[in-house]
Design a protein around this ligand. Sequence first.
Ligand SMILES: C=CC1=C(C)c2cc3[nH]c(cc4nc(cc5[nH]c(cc1n2)c(C)c5CCC(=O)O)C(CCC(=O)O)=C4C)c(C)c3C=C
Ligand SMILES: [Fe+2]
Length: 510
Amino acid sequence: MNQSMHIRIQSASPPLLFPRASSSSYRSCPCYVVPMEASCNAGIMSTSLVSRCSLGGKRTHYVHSGQQIRKCSSQMGALVTSRESEVAATPAIGDDKIGVLLLNLGGPETLDDVQPFLFNLFADPDIIRLPRLFRFLQKPLAQFISVVRAPKSKEGYASIGGGSPLRQITDAQAAELAKALHAKDVPAKVYVGMRYWHPFTEEAIEQIKKDKITKLVVLPLYPQFSISTSGSSLRLLESLFREDDYLVNMQHTVIPSWYQREGYIKAMADLIEKELQKFDNPEQVMIFFSAHGVPLAYVEEAGDPYKAEMEECVDLIMEELENRKITNAYTLAYQSRVGPVEWLKPYTDDTIIELGQKGVKSLLAVPISFVSEHIETLEEIDVEYKELALKSGIQKWGRVPALGCEPTFITDLANAVIESLPYVGAMAVSNLEARQSLVPLGSVEELLATYDSQRRELPPPVIVWEWGWTKSAETWNGRAAMLAVLVLLVLEVTTGEGFLHQWGILPLFQ
Ligand SMILES: C=CC1=C(C)c2cc3[nH]c(cc4nc(cc5[nH]c(cc1n2)c(C)c5CCC(=O)O)C(CCC(=O)O)=C4C)c(C)c3C=C
Ligand SMILES: [Fe+2]
């Protein structure tokens, strides 16, 4: 692939700011050395991207955690401080027109949008990955699943006012980020590109072209990287870049995840600290981090770093709270499971019941995987999980709001953008250089390949039926049944006749 087509990936996040010596899951590893002028942005790398860095010729240590390699040690704190102030003073680059593209999920704005929104979501091969042979069935299957799921989803959206607040909140975040960048002498324009609803990423890209942006920072609004979220958006972006002459030549960089940034961690800790004060006995409250789940196979088979990043994010927030003398008990669980396949565990609902049984009386829920209020905070946590908690014997329930436009958080995003600017198009990366650099530079494909190298078939997270006695029988029965339904669907779609038409379910988009 042409190098200039590549979206360069880097983590603009500062090095790990918090010493991790106490974490037993970390083990030391050999050191690597690079010249003084080498950049020192921290990143997450697969073990195949072994990295090197040093400060003033000193050797810098790294620690491995599972698939990841990270810079270790408190000495990096000093580095960040100096780098941050240095970078904050960097003015906008010459005559360049700088753009920041915020990537997000998108949500239905009205109840009529729900089914087409779900269709877009399930038509995404990073959400439902069919075997190569059956890829042509992606859209009919998405149509089918979205129709089946729409009534349940609609109920949820109806209960939060008839639509998702995501667009409004993301637009507000974009406006605040633009203001924060201007205040730091970086007159950047900020764009919002949603994956499954308006304003679609394609629309944002059109505007970026119209505005003749010359340097673009791509910033997914997900703190932790997942193949199903940032990965999917980056994959789409890469295909758009590949097809377009203007974009191929535009300089850009990507910030793939930023959960370890000091500003983000502090902003989360601030919110938790504030919410704890609302309880009668704050020190007795269990802090309950609830992250959006992903199917287990994403992590175990495709190498999604989501779980590892989530766990580390929680550790960092707790360390920050401990520094503030807040030493509450805490736990992490995963919510919003869809369909019968196994998702990351423990599940939020099971954990709430268990905690109730163990006699926990006060719980503070902390949504951790997303920075806006959305259906899963406003409905699932605030209504369903609260009700379950109260039924399970928990007496006091609280919930930390999503970060939204919290100033510490927005300032941190602005700093992340500014720190990434020197890297926009600055590195003519050969594959070899990309592999040796400190951060996972390279094309989106390369980053995705790091975690998702074989792009294996994954069990669809949503299966509409299931039967059988053993797991294997269930799987094969499920597959056989799915095939049968797919054949029926194809017949329906191609002939315009069949049971879905008879029931008035199809056609949907007239
Ligand atoms: C980090 C956050 C998210 C991950 C990871 C994620 C994975 C994921 N999601 C689905 C299925 C659905 N997600 C839905 C809504 C939704 N998902 C996220 C975030 C993550 N999803 C958000 C913020 C939202 C809400 C948007 C809004 O409108 O407010 C939905 C639709 C709602 C519903 O019917 O429940 C579905 C379906 C899968 C299958 C998946 C991983 C493979
Ligand atoms: Fe989701």
